[in-house]
Design a protein around this ligand. Sequence first.
Ligand SMILES: NC(=O)c1ccc[n+]([C@@H]2O[C@H](COP(=O)([O-])OP(=O)(O)OC[C@H]3O[C@@H](n4cnc5c(N)ncnc54)[C@H](OP(=O)(O)O)[C@@H]3O)[C@@H](O)[C@H]2O)c1
Length: 251
Amino acid sequence: MTTNTIALITGGNKGIGLATARQLGARGMTVLVGARDAERGRAAERELRAGGADARFVPLDVTDAASVAATAKLVEEEYGRLDVLVNNAGIALGDGARALPSETTVATLRRVYETNVFGVVAVTNALLPLLRRAPAARIVNVSSEVGSIAIMTDPGSFLAPLASVPYPSSKAALNMVTAMYAKELRDTAIKVNAANPGYCATDLNGNSGFRTPEQGAEVSVRLATLPADGPTGQLWGHLADGDGGYGVLPW
Ligand SMILES: NC(=O)c1ccc[n+]([C@@H]2O[C@H](COP(=O)([O-])OP(=O)(O)OC[C@H]3O[C@@H](n4cnc5c(N)ncnc54)[C@H](OP(=O)(O)O)[C@@H]3O)[C@@H](O)[C@H]2O)c1
């Protein structure tokens, strides 16, 4: 059975993406679980279905042009449109990505950007024709407070000690990407926002985060289900001070 609302979550097989798929599925959406590994994708599909969601694994490596094109073709042929796109897939590359700027290699930078920035643009552009066919599509780019130049340069921020280029600058680029898509689409019913899930315990950070993936996913879900008078072109989510609730974050 296919529901009336079709959502695609990239990197939907674990972490915040899987939790987002679970929550959107619980709201009655058909959730297409993008995963680059078939086994992990099928396992997520099984888990979501066991929980009652109308879930379907879709093979998708956001860094692979053929894979992105195949996803767009599948969504067009099977569903004819897309209501929600959550660009959630992301990597941090552990220690390499936490190196000081002076120690950063271009190879690391390229790898992180391939997924966190170029992958988002590739997937969004491939699916935009289908998003335009939906009555009021929502695009959610899963970003981070570490992509906020204002927060990262605030001496009072808990992120003040962090000086690293690959992951933070990839999310800063993603923030600008978000703002520019929102600008291009401002006269349409499509809303484009960036999500800050906050620091969540996932494989991305060795499960060191102090929020759960479910709490992080709440932000993507809120932005994926915005009403017609909701915002576009914002970085929204958990406030950077840890427990200050939700709100708009500075770019
Ligand atoms: N955790 C946090 O504290 C935090 C904070 C702010 C923002 N975020 C953002 O939240 C998003 C989700 O991260 P997470 O914390 O849930 O991390 P995670 O558990 O490591 O999940 C990342 C997901 O992205 C997928 N992925 C990576 N590269 C991909 C590619 N080339 N194509 C398709 N899928 C790919 C992974 O697939 P595999 O299983 O195949 O690796 C996995 O499903 C990321 O954009 C991250 O930057 C996380």
